[in-house]
Design a protein around this ligand. Structure first.
Ligand code: UD1
Length: 423
């Protein structure tokens, strides 16, 4: 049972600098792909429970892993495939992290067969994997689904295919890329996802000797190679963690500097925060934010695949919008059920009407303290964001969701002047 919780004493102005850690969603597919290379060093790898779950899977599959800290104090995770190689992922490990499906392409490419349990629905609504499976079938994989398990085999060998995705799924694009790097011929993915994490996976695989080209129209061409060698690779900064700290500053007020970020990855979010009244100064790998004035609502925010407004940024921005003057309409176009945190924000006094994919947030003067529960990773981050602007103590339960994606969130916020304690 998850008994860990945060106690947040709000309304402390934030001030200081934050180093934004590496992106979980970039590191996870890279770790899956590391099964195919000859040993690699992943620099700026975030030290989080989802990454530990990926590490457990890698160890089960026949890899040795080792954490070290570099001279800048950043974490480095080394992976060395040593064998003997397993081709299954036990149900217990699959359940630790739903995105473990991204290991499927890697296991198939390495072992020519795979067995893993079907990832269930989750906090954000149903999470089908039909696009992953139909694409892998095109690459020559036979897949049987039996009692919640997927049994996959490659009767002949993996071969190239032309795949057009009906929706630019991030996970499906990653699985195809990983499976196709060692397939015979040139695989083309049309309408592929364009998220920065996709470019990072391509960067890692190319550093290992793969031949992947990402074209500006969203097409990815993967020319299969015989084998991959090892590499040292640095993961991109976590754009959603960066957004979360900016929203924390907007809610608590203050002036902070984010270091180690890639502002280009935030091009859909930064204008929204500016419109809300945050004053931003953007440099090459830094963003300074000053939030002193009352926040203003923006008329509407629609989530979209990259380069649109990221679905993962919706919840923290919504937390800031709760006390903005005016109404903000949020339209969620990626997941079916992404407003569970809204009901928890309402417990804190927010005025939110959510139905289906639309939520209308009417700004209130202030939120109040309450006992709330994290419903998912970004929803949990939204509760922390909101609590920082509240007078009095907010109790946030079930923070295991938050710990999946934020490294030392409490410690970092406390260093900025917040008052947050984990129990
Ligand atoms: C990844 C991110 C997640 C982010 C999401 C969208 C990781 C570990 N997670 O999730 O944080 O919110 O991208 O940017 O990187 N879909 C199907 N069939 C499929 C695959 C997806 O219908 O086979 C649907 C999903 O149900 C969802 C939508 O497509 O409604 C987007 O999913 P996808 O882009 O695949 O997201 P994930 O890779 O799961």
């Amino acid at each position: 049972m998850d008994t860990a919780r945060y106690i947040v004493d709000g309304r402390h102005r934030l001030n200081g600098e934050v180093w934004v850690h590496g992106a979980k969603n970039a590191a996870l597919p890279i770790l899956a792909a590391s099964l195919l290379c000859d040993g690699c060093e992943i620099q700026n790898c975030p030290d989080l429970s989802d990454i530990h779950a990926a590490e457990n899977i890698l160890q089960h599959l026949g890899c040795k892993t080792l954490w070290e800290t570099d001279t800048n104090g950043q974490k480095v995770l080394s992976v060395k495939p040593v064998g003997p190689f397993a081709w299954d992922i036990p149900d217990k490990l699959m359940r630790e992290m739903r995105s473990s499906i991204v290991f499927l392409g890697a296991i198939i490419a390495r072992c020519k067969k795979a067995k893993l349990s079907y990832p269930g629905g989750c906090e954000l609504g149903p999470r089908p994997i039909d696009l992953h499976l139909s694409s892998l079938r095109k690459l020559g994989v036979e897949i049987k689904e039996d009692l919640g398990y997927l049994e996959c085999s490659v009767p002949d060998k993996l071969h190239a295919a032309e795949i057009t995705l009906p929706f630019p799924s991030v996970g499906a694009t990653e699985n195809i890329m990983i499976a196709a790097v060692l397939a015979e011929g040139e695989t083309v993915i049309r309408n592929a996802a364009r998220e920065p994490e996709i470019s990072d996976l391509a960067g890692f695989l190319n550093a290992c000797g793969a031949k992947i080209r990402i074209l500006s129209d969203g097409t990815i061409a993967i020319c299969g190679v015989e084998k991959l060698h090892g590499c040292c690779y640095r993961v991109i900064p976590d754009r959603i963690v960066a957004v979360t700290y900016l929203c924390c500053c907007a809610a608590a007020k203050g002036e902070i500097l984010l270091r180690g970020v890639c502002p280009e990855h935030l091009s859909a979010v930064l204008p929204v925060l500016e419109e809300m009244g945050c004053s931003l100064t953007v440099d090459k790998d830094k963003i300074a934010v000053l939030c002193d004035k009352p926040l203003k609502a923006v008329s509407s925010i629609s989530t979209m695949p990259y380069p649109g407004f990221p679905t993962d940024a919706l919840a923290p921005v919504m937390a800031a919008a709760c006390t903005a003057k005016g109404s903000t309409i949020f339209i969620e176009n990626i997941f079916q059920d992404r407003f569970k945190h809204a009901w928890e924000l309402c417990r804190m006094g927010a005025d939110i009407k959510a139905e289906g994919r639309v939520a209308v947030v009417r700004g209130v003067e202030r939120l109040h303290s309450a006992r709330v529960r994290c419903t998912d990773l970004r929803g949990g981050a939204a509760l922390v964001t909101a609590a920082l602007g509240v007078e009095g103590k907010t109790v946030i339960e079930e923070i295991r969701h938050v710990l999946r994606g934020y490294e030392h969130l409490d410690q970092t916020l406390n260093e900025l002047g917040a008052c947050i304690r984990q129990e």
